[in-house]
Design a protein. Structure first.
Length: 296
């Protein structure tokens, strides 16, 4: 079925709907709207004056595209699952979702605000976000973001609120920084390279472990890893060729087992920190503390 050039929504269905192999393009309202517990499979919602595709709560959206809409590409209700979707060049967000939205294997590129923006308990995996004007990905409280790639976004590549986790992800060349997370979050096993400003920035009570941060600069104050608050653990990271390697603005953090090189200032700390011994020369005859930070 095709619904195009309609004066309002192209296709509008109620709860428990099934929409498959349909197109709803260039309508004066949204392309597709469904109620709760619906399925939208292999459909298009492109070039509409409002949103491309809108779902009610607890729906499924798979193998769909929502591009070049004047609103957002996809607006997903609470508890909706999206997989293998594309949301590019929309005038607002690529994908916007409520509580408990799950997104996997998807793409959001060149949208005029955020690539993907979710509220509480969002889960995003194996997804690429690039060249969006604001955030690549932003998830509020209790988000989980894994195996994602954010490149060339206008603000921060991947950002999360409190008690979130970011893992096995990559953030390169973003204008406002690579990764950012709020209180109680974890960023692990990820890389942040050549971002304009901090590679990784956290507030307080966060864990930053086994990450690689290279070439993050703004010619003054950018850091590979930047802790703005207290009670953070910064451990086993490799930090090379940034303005500042590891920068800690408030006392009371733990900094151990990191490797740093070629930063303009390798370590910048304030006040009392739990800082592993700093080793600059390896002597095979002298045993090193297992918590040492290495600068070479």
């Amino acid at each position: 079925m095709r619904a195009s050039d309609c004066r309002s929504t192209g296709i509008s269905l109620g709860n428990e709907s099934l929409l498959e192999n349909c197109q709803a393009n260039q309508n004066l309202g949204s392309g597709v709207k469904t109620g709760a517990e619906s399925q939208i499979l292999n459909c298009q919602g492109n070039g509409n004056i409002q949103n491309g595709i809108e779902t009610g709560n607890s729906s499924i959206l798979r193998d769909c595209s929502a591009n070049k809409n004047t609103g957002s590409g996809i607006v997903a209700g609470d508890g909706t699952k999206l997989s293998f979707v594309t949301a590019n060049e929309n005038a607002i967000d690529g994908i916007a979702g409520g509580t408990g939205v799950n997104i996997s294997d998807s793409t959001a590129q060149a949208n005029k605000t955020d690539g993907i923006g979710l509220t509480i308990a969002g889960l995003i995996t194996r997804t690429s976000v690039s060249y969006n004007l604001r955030y690549g990905i932003i998830v509020q409280t209790w988000g989980s973001i894994g195996e994602c790639y954010a490149v060339g976004n206008g603000w921060i590549g991947i950002a999360a609120g409190e008690n979130a986790q970011i893992f096995n992800s990559k953030a390169d060349g973003n204008a406002g920084g690579g990764f950012a997370a709020q209180r109680g979050s974890t960023i692990r096993d990820s890389s942040a390279n050549k971002n304009t400003f901090d590679g990784i920035a956290v507030t307080k009570e966060c864990t930053v472990i086994r990450n690689t941060c290279n070439g993050n600069v703004d010619f003054i104050m950018a850091a590979g890893i930047h802790a703005l608050g207290t009670d953070n653990v910064i451990q086993e990271n490799t930090v090379i060729s940034n303005d500042r390697g590891i920068a800690v603005d408030v006392e009371g953090n733990m900094i151990v087992k990191n490797t740093l090189n070629n930063n303009t200032l390798n370590l910048y700390t304030t006040g009392d920190q739990t800082l592993g011994p700093v080793v600059t020369v390896l002597d095979p005859n002298v045993p090193n503390d297992p918590l040492s930070n290495y600068i070479f």
